[in-house]
Design a protein around this ligand. Structure first.
Ligand SMILES: C[S@@+](CC[C@H](N)C(=O)[O-])C[C@H]1O[C@@H](n2cnc3c(N)ncnc32)[C@H](O)[C@@H]1O
Length: 300
C-alpha cells in the first residue's frame, strides 16, 4: 500500500502543536496513513507518538511502515480513540491530535461503499467487524429515522424525499451497493440539484458514514475527556471537516476557556483553514478547520 492520503494543514499542525518538553508523549488519535504522526516524529526527535485507528487495515499498515522507520518511538493501537483514551493508563499527555473523518484510502481503495461513483458493498464501517453497516441502516430504519439522520448529520434539505424514495425502493429488493443508493438519491432530488456542482448523494453518504461510526457521539466524549488528560503545557488540536463537528469543538473549547472560568487557553480565536494553494493541491482539504486548546503551565 503506497500512501494516498495527503495530510491536512501540516505546517499549521506543527507550528501549533509544539510539545513543552523533549520526551513528550503525543497521541495521534486518528492515525490513518500516519502523515501527521510522521511529522511529529521528524520534528520532535525525542518524543514518543501513540497512534490510534479503529480500522485495523489502516493501523497495521502504519504500524509496519512507521515502526520500521522509528522503532520504539512509535506505538500503534487498534481501536476507537474515545474508548482507548477513556481507558488510558499512562502518564499525562503532552499533545493530542484528532483529524476527523475518513482517509482518502477509504474513499478510493477500501471497497466499503464510501464512494458513490462505483458499485461497492454498502458498508461504511471503519471497523467492519463491529456494529451495523450502512446497508443495515438503509434497509431497516423507518423512513422517519432515516430522514432524521440524513437531515441532522448531512444537513440535507431533501432528507424526507430521499428517505421516502429509499423506503419505496427497498420494498422491491434490499439495497446493497453504493451505486444503487447513489442513483436512488439522485432520482429523489430536484433536477437542478441532480446536475449541480457536488454529487447529489454527497450529503446522504456523509450522514450515513457519521451514523454508522457514531462519529459525533465519539467526538463529544473526546471533547470531554481529552482536556483533562493533558499535562501542564499540553495541547489538544482538532481538524474537522463538517460544520456540526466544528461547532461542537468551538463550543467545547470555549467552555474550558479561562475567560469563562475554565483552566485552559483557546489558542485559535478563529480556526485555521487551509491556504488556497493547499486546497488547489489537495481538494479534500477544502472544508477543513483546525482549532487548538492549550493547558497553561502551572503559575502561568
Ligand atoms: C482523516 S484520516 C487521518 C489521516 C492522518 N492524520 C494522516 O495524516 O495520514 C482519519 C483516520 O482516523 C480513523 N478514525 C476516524 N474516526 C476514528 C475514531 N473515532 N477512532 C479511531 N479511529 C478513527 C479512520 O479510520 C481514518 O483512518
Amino acid at each position: 500500500m503506497n500512501p494516498v492520503h495527503v495530510s491536512v494543514m501540516p505546517q499549521e499542525v506543527i507550528a501549533c502543536l509544539v510539545p513543552d518538553k523533549d520526551r513528550a508523549v503525543i497521541v495521534d488519535g486518528t492515525l490513518g496513513e500516519g502523515g501527521h504522526s510522521r511529522l511529529f516524529l521528524q520534528n520532535y526527535p525525542q518524543a514518543k507518538v501513540v497512534g490510534m485507528d479503529a480500522d485495523s487495515v489502516m493501523a497495521n499498515h502504519a504500524k509496519k511502515r512507521i515502526g520500521a522507520d522509528y522503532g520504539e518511538r512509535f506505538e500503534c493501537r487498534v481501536g476507537w480513540n474515545d474508548e482507548l483514551l477513556a481507558a488510558w493508563e499512562g502518564s499525562a499527555v503532552d499533545i493530542v491530535l484528532l483529524d476527523l473523518g475518513l482517509s482518502t484510502r477509504h474513499f478510493f481503495e477500501m471497497e466499503r461503499g464510501f464512494s458513490f461513483s462505483r458499485a461497492e458493498p454498502l458498508d461504511m464501517r471503519f471497523n467492519p467487524a463491529e456494529g451495523k453497516s450502512a446497508a443495515d441502516l438503509v434497509n431497516t430504519l423507518s423512513a422517519k429515522d432515516l430522514a432524521d439522520i440524513i437531515y441532522k448529520y448531512g444537513e440535507e434539505r431533501f432528507s424526507r424525499t430521499i428517505a421516502r424514495q429509499i423506503a419505496e425502493r427497498r420494498r422491491m429488493s434490499r439495497i446493497t451497493d453504493s451505486l444503487d443508493l447513489a442513483n436512488i438519491v439522485s432520482l429523489a432530488v430536484p433536477l437542478a440539484v441532480r446536475h449541480g456542482r457536488i454529487h447529489p448523494a454527497t450529503r446522504t453518504f456523509m450522514a450515513l458514514r457519521i451514523a454508522v461510526n457514531r462519529e459525533l457521539e465519539r467526538l463529544e466524549r473526546l471533547l470531554n475527556i481529552v482536556p483533562d488528560m493533558l499535562a501542564p503545557g499540553g495541547k489538544f488540536g482538532v481538524i474537522s471537516f463538517h460544520s456540526l463537528e466544528d461547532r461542537m469543538v468551538k463550543q467545547a473549547f470555549r467552555k474550558r476557556n479561562r475567560r469563562y472560568g475554565g483552566e485552559f487557553e483557546v489558542v485559535t480565536k478563529k480556526p485555521f483553514v487551509p491556504s488556497a494553494e493547499e486546497c488547489a493541491a489537495n481538494p479534500s482539504a477544502r472544508s477543513a478547520k483546525f482549532r487548538v486548546l492549550a493547558k497553561p503551565q502551572e503559575g502561568e
